[in-house]
Design a protein around this ligand. Structure first.
Ligand code: FCB
Length: 482
């Protein structure tokens, strides 16, 4: 039996409430007086290499809104969020942060923060409303304006092609369980390479295929909301095949570089001295990391995971001759997203050992960031790495002075950046860091209840307020260090 999953397993009814009660943060950078830095948030005097790129991340369904505007077709997340009981509070991405209508002002905000790079995703069903066929010019035009606006402001574009919002019309045809999904995705990718290839420097095919597989197909807490291991691992194979087909399309025509965004989680034994716990952690590592890293970077599935999935599992029949060559097509960059480690007891049960954020799946462990970065270098060679997500939620509120103070986020970011810095010192080829997230947004099954942004969004007025962490990050960028 495949392992328990690391993310969002405690999702429903497990909201932990207000922040972790950490000390007040200091902030500098926009001239506004802030509380003095404390030892948990003070800068550490660590400089990053010249040319290191500082950025922030978002995704289409989480911020754009305008769900039925200018010809956009529905995605699985429209369907899922409109299904009663699926998302906390019945929230949907219909309006979200209304970024579709506020994009120029949001670009100005990025510029004011000093971002060197912006990692966003493209809504497939905005460009191809039914996932295939005729292009919706208005939808495509939005992304052209976005990318031009970034260029005008000197901000690099990192475009993700799939951040979970599969066109509903394709789900109706079988979605990722259908082998043709790989071709649908490659065709869509080609449309985007043709339209934006001269302006996007870095393309990412998939965001976190593991989360789609585990949370969408096994645990059922994300779209499409299934609970079926057999279907899940067939979808995993086709997602990976889609990645490979898109990379091949890119090689034929694209400029710039391409990779995938994987959420990696170091898997530690709950008890180092217990052989059974160590073996369980090794297999958990297979499901958390190697199931995606190995096919993409080595052109082979990890045999321990395949054995565990089982010889009779439908996934095994879905793997055809030549598929692994496609999936293993050379990529130029690997995007890593780090949120948490897992601790694994004998038998495979995941154990919570550390404090979590309000996202109860997120045990906070900055050293895990160092561990996973150095491990990727050790096991997969010197491929350039970028971080495309890292962050934590907090129960942010606008204070009586109009400010939003989020010291726990500042501490989180600082401590994780210190771990990244250590990894660079150890020889890891880390080129860029994008935090999650630029702004508060629709956090999937948690709706608007979990705030992950460095910019606060008042979802009623759509007003944006820089949190303490945003002002802190501006200072980090200006110093190129923490
Ligand atoms: C990642 C997702 C991102 C957001 C953060 C909190 O897994 O890629 O969209 O939900 O978690």
């Amino acid at each position: 039996m495949p392992y328990a999953i690391s993310r969002r397993t405690l999702l429903r009814g497990a909201f932990a409430g207000a922040g972790a009660g950490l000390l007040l943060a200091g902030c500098e950078g926009d001239g506004a007086p802030g509380p003095a830095p404390t030892s948990s948030t003070a800068l550490l005097g660590l400089r990053f290499p010249d040319g290191f790129v500082w950025g922030a991340s978002t995704s289409a369904y989480q911020i754009e809104g305008a769900a039925a505007v200018d010809g956009r077709g529905p995605s699985v997340w429209d369907t899922f969020s409109h299904t009663p009981g699926r998302v906390r509070g019945g929230d949907t991405g219909d309006v979200a942060a209304d970024h579709y209508h506020r994009m120029p002002a949001d670009l100005d905000l990025m510029k004011r923060l000093g971002l060197g790079s912006y990692r966003f995703s493209i809504s497939w069903s905005r460009v191809l409303p039914t996932g295939r066929g005729a292009v919706n010019a208005k939808g495509l035009d939005f992304y052209k304006r976005l990318v031009d606006g970034l260029g005008d402001r000197g901000i690099a574009a990192v475009a993700t092609l799939f951040h979970w919002d599969l066109p509903q019309a394709l789900q109706d045809r079988g979605g990722w369980e259908h082998r043709d999904s790989a071709g649908w995705f490659a065709d869509y990718a080609q449309v985007m390479f043709d339209a934006l290839g001269d302006r996007v420097g870095t393309w990412l095919t998939l965001n976190e295929p593991k989360t789609v597989v585990d949370v969408g197909y096994r645990f059922g807490a994300h779209a499409p909301g299934f609970r079926d291991d057999n279907r899940a691992y067939v979808a995993a194979h086709h997602l990976l095949l889609a990645h490979g087909r898109a990379v091949q399309a890119f090689r034929a025509s694209g400029r710039g570089r391409i990779g995938a965004a994987l959420n990696l989680a170091p898997a530690y034994p709950d008890d180092e001295a217990d052989q059974a716990s160590k073996a369980a952690a090794e297999l958990a590592d297979g499901y958390e990391n190697r199931l995606y890293l190995d096919p993409i970077l080595k052109g082979a599935y990890p045999t321990d995971v395949l054995d565990d999935i089982g010889a009779a599992a439908p996934m095994r029949a879905a793997i055809r001759d030549g598929d692994l060559d496609v999936i293993g097509s050379k990529i130029d960059v690997l995007a890593i997203q780090y949120y948490n480690p897992v601790f694994v007891a004998a038998g495979g049960r995941y154990v919570s050992k550390l404090d979590t954020s309000d996202a109860t799946w997120q045990q906070i462990h900055p050293p895990g960031f160092f561990d996973i970065l150095t491990r990727v270098k050790h096991d997969y060679g010197d491929i350039p790495l970028i971080i495309t997500e890292n962050g934590r939620p907090s129960a942010d509120r606008v204070g009586s002075d109009g400010r939003v103070d989020d010291p726990a986020r500042v501490q989180f970011l600082r401590d994780h950046l210190a771990a990244a810095h250590r990894a660079i010192q150890a020889g890891v080829r880390l080129e860029a860091y994008h935090l999650w997230s630029l702004m508060d947004n629709f956090e999937w099954a948690e709706g608007y209840g979990q705030r992950w942004g460095i910019v606060y969004v008042d979802f009623k007025s759509q007003r944006r307020i820089e949190k303490t962490s945003a002002r802190w990050y501006r200072e980090v960028i200006a110093r190129n260090g923490i």
